[in-house]
Design a protein around this ligand. Structure first.
Ligand code: BGC
Length: 763
């Protein structure tokens, strides 16, 4: 994005003025979604300029055959790509024989895009002069319903301003779609049928290889000055398109509006249903719906979402807008209704990262959903990994592990590994740890202890078995070591004894052993089932604890810090400040070997461990490690500033915490990483939420109690939010002197919580 165009506003994102070079970036920023489907903010009408077209459907993927230079044994056969779906968005517009195209218009004036985050609607308005000198006002409004996640709605209005003209509006469906990131330029879809009648219809298509069946539908109504036009449009059906043309003469200052409803019906949501029949019945059902009624229902759902998840910041509109943008996008991406869906790092806003699941979900996103939704929704994120356990075991077997050891994939759609760079696929194994940690985090936060005996223990056993086999005993060190890994800092590969990996492995081994004992003692029936299924023995969990007790951690006596990995001190430890700005970001300016030899850290690594296991270390230790590692950190992962902001708050580095907060919160709005065209950083948005709630409000769990130690940024007058903790809805308000007022909104469920270390009882 060339320059920042978004106005600061507490509830809206507003872009003023039309700049062709900003179109792709704005398409990302103004993306809309409803957990089931999502789309980039592409124009409805044809646009001949540079654009990145994208509509996506939750859970639908295509296995794109792996493309690598040097094939390594163990690589996955495919990368699961989220396919650009057949489009229901398009409206061809011809005015007095000239096709409307913002790229070739004589003039584009008063161009404005608005994303109203409170109501979940995206609007675009402008005044256009076409090459035939016809001047029109264009307004388009659209939303993807949160009330019924298979329905989207567009209201597209044109008003001629200087002369009466003939306006031809042709809404269409199009299944001739491609992915920009297709490895072999393959088309991912096959269309089987195009069906239309009167003013509505659908395209039946399916993804190749994975065979996800999808009906892409539309229903159209045209109004002139608010009056419904009954005359039937001209229908056109081709092998991949369906369109209806409405041709009308419109007077000066009269408005013609097309209301187009559309969306997707998939066999993911309707596995045992005939999609054709179902789509026909949906079309019948929505025939009497108006744009306004659907919109009212949609706003109502957003109101419920905001009631529980809003964060109110007084005194800092930029921060306020940013956190709402992050919360809005998280809600658009995942609504937790289906345990087969997850949160891709780009959500429904782009193709990169394939829309797949990463460790981001467990390490960054889960807390947001636990705190702002019901337990079932967060629980679905845990169930997702349970359903993938057998694939994680197969994945480990492919790499030579045995006896039920599980290695969860770095990137996945259906449980199978999709990542194909050896230093990550085979070596970035710390991801297994985050999955176990999320189980622990879920139990302590929600108080729900049912997941572990029913499902989670099997996951923990698989993970513990993996660590027990992946570590080996070093005769030289007389300790267990873990060799050949990549830590969270991907700017180091194939290193030995990454402190973070070793620490989380130790923790997993202990935690799994504790949970085995707990389930054996308290849930005998479940234990018997799990024991027979996994062939678990007492000796095995004893071995886990022995390995955990004897794991090696690289430590520097001189600096009194744990070392990121063996040999870290051999590097030239020049701080990031010593780099010139034209070398940044390093990953775009330095050769890879130079990055690997450097001390520069992409994202929290040792400090990620200090973040997860805060209670294992003193504040002095945290500060020492922060002072050692943060100056070497380039924050070139979107996941980096948030964790550092939280830790900075804990140490009392308030200015640093605030700088890093703005960097995470406005990462996309201000395009810090210069890549916003590709899509938004959805998973790091959960990190933004963490940096307010766990950073500035200082929320943590201490001895099973919710605790707050607030330290608001100097310019904030107050901070307010709600948290769902152990089935209590707790409202927190903090003023600029860091006084905290807390209310428990849940009847007959009293609770004690800690504020600055003091116990407060809430009725
Ligand atoms: C980060 C990973 C992360 C991935 C997806 C990478 O740049 O280094 O930690 O899982 O992006 O967000």
């Amino acid at each position: 994005m060339k320059k920042t165009l978004f106005e600061v506003n507490p509830w809206k994102i507003i872009e003023e003025g039309f700049e062709k070079e900003n179109v792709k970036s704005a398409e990302s920023i103004f993306s809309i979604g409803n957990g089931n489907m999502g789309q980039r903010a592409n124009f409805e009408e044809f646009y001949s300029g540079t654009t990145f077209q994208g509509s996506y459907i939750g859970g639908v993927y295509y296995p794109d055959k792996t493309k690598v230079g040097w094939w390594k044994n163990g690589y996955p056969e495919y990368f699961a790509k989220v396919p650009n779906a057949p489009s229901w968005l398009g409206i061809k517009v011809v005015i007095d024989d000239v096709e409307l195209d913002l790229n070739t218009c004589e003039k584009v004036e008063n161009f404005q895009r608005t994303l109203d985050m409170q109501k979940g609607i995206y609007t675009r308005e402008c005044i256009l002069t076409l090459s035939n000198n016809v001047k029109i006002k264009l307004k388009s409004e659209r939303f993807l319903s949160m009330a019924n996640n298979e329905i989207g709605a567009i209201k597209y209005s044109i008003t001629p301003l200087n002369k009466k003209c003939v306006i031809d509006l042709t809404p269409y469906l199009d299944s001739y779609v491609k992915n920009e990131d297709a490895n072999w330029e393959e088309i991912f879809w096959d269309t089987t049928k195009v069906i239309g009648s009167k003013n509505e219809g659908f395209i039946l298509s399916h993804t190749l290889k994975t065979e996800f069946k999808v009906a892409t539908y539309m229903q159209n109504k045209v109004y002139i000055e608010g009056v419904l036009q009954e005359n039937l449009p001209e229908e056109k059906i081709t092998d991949k398109q369906l369109s209806y043309s409405y041709n009308n003469e419109i007077d000066i200052n009269q408005t013609i509006s097309l209301v187009k409803l559309g969306g997707y019906i998939t066999d993911i949501n309707h596995p045992d249903t005939d999609l054709k029949e179902y789509t026909n019945s949906l079309l019948t059902k929505i025939r009497n719906s108006s744009f306004e009624n659907l919109y009212a229902e949609h706003i109502n759902e957003w109101k419920k979402i905001w009631d529980n998840s809003d964060i109110v910041i007084e005194g800092d509109e930029k921060a306020q807008q940013a956190i709402r943008f992050n919360i809005f996008q998280l809600n658009q991406t995942y609504t937790g209704k289906n345990a087969l869906l997850n949160i891709g790092p780009k959500g429904f806003t782009g193709e990169k990262y394939g829309g797949s699941t990463y460790w981001d979900t467990e390490a960054y996103c889960l807390p947001f959903y636990m705190a702002t939704k019901t337990n079932e929704i967060a629980l679905n994120l845990l169930k997702y990994r349970y359903y993938h356990l057998s694939k994680a075991i197969e994945n480990a077997e492919k790499l030579g592990f045995k006896d039920g050891a599980a290695l969860y994939p770095m990137v996945t759609m259906n449980g199978e590994e999709c990542h194909n760079e050896w230093e990550i696929t085979f070596e970035e194994i710390h991801r297994n740890g985050a999955i176990a940690w999320a189980i622990y985090n879920y139990e302590r936060f929600t108080g729900d202890t049912t997941y572990v005996p029913k499902m989670g223990l099997e996951v923990l056993i698989g993970i513990a078995r993996f660590w027990a086999q992946r570590a080996n005993f070093s005769e030289e060190k007389q300790k267990y070591v873990i060799l050949g890994v990549t830590g969270p800092n991907e700017y180091e590969n194939n290193i030995n004894n990454n402190w973070y990996t070793n620490y989380i492995a130790k923790w997993c081994l202990n935690y799994a052993a504790i949970k085995v004992n707990e389930v054996r003692a308290e849930y005998q029936d479940d234990y018997v089932r799990i024991e027979s299924k996994t062939k678990l023995s007492t000796q095995e969990s004893d071995l886990w604890q022995k390995i955990a007790n004897e794991i090696f951690f690289p430590f520097s006596e001189e600096h009194q810090v744990y070392l990121q990995q063996d040999g870290f001190l051999d590097k030239e430890l020049n701080p990031v400040d010593s780099l010139s700005s034209n070398e940044r970001p390093l990953n775009q300016n330095w050769s890879w070997d130079r990055i690997l030899r450097s001390p520069y850290i992409k994202q929290a690594d040792v400090l990620q461990g200090f973040y997860f296991f805060e209670e294992h270390f003193s504040k002095e230790e945290l500060q020492r490690h922060f002072d050692f590692y943060e100056p070497l950190t380039v924050h070139e992962s979107s996941l980096s500033p948030c964790i550092h902001s939280i830790l900075a708050s804990k140490i009392g580095y308030n200015d640093k915490a605030y700088d890093l907060y703005l960097r995470t919160a406005r990462l996309d709005l201000d395009d810090y990483n210069k890549e916003i065209e590709e899509g938004l950083h959805i998973t790091s948005m959960a990190g933004t939420w963490l940096s307010i709630i766990e950073g500035f409000a200082g929320m943590s769990i201490k001895n099973e109690k919710l605790s707050f130690v607030p330290s608001l940024p100097k310019n904030w007058k107050s901070l307010g939010f709600k948290i769902n903790f152990k089935e209590r809805l707790i409202e927190v308000n903090i003023d600029n002197k860091n006084n905290c007022s807390i209310v428990n909104h849940t009847q007959s469920k009293p609770i004690s919580i800690l504020v600055n270390g003091e116990i407060i009882s809430l009725k």
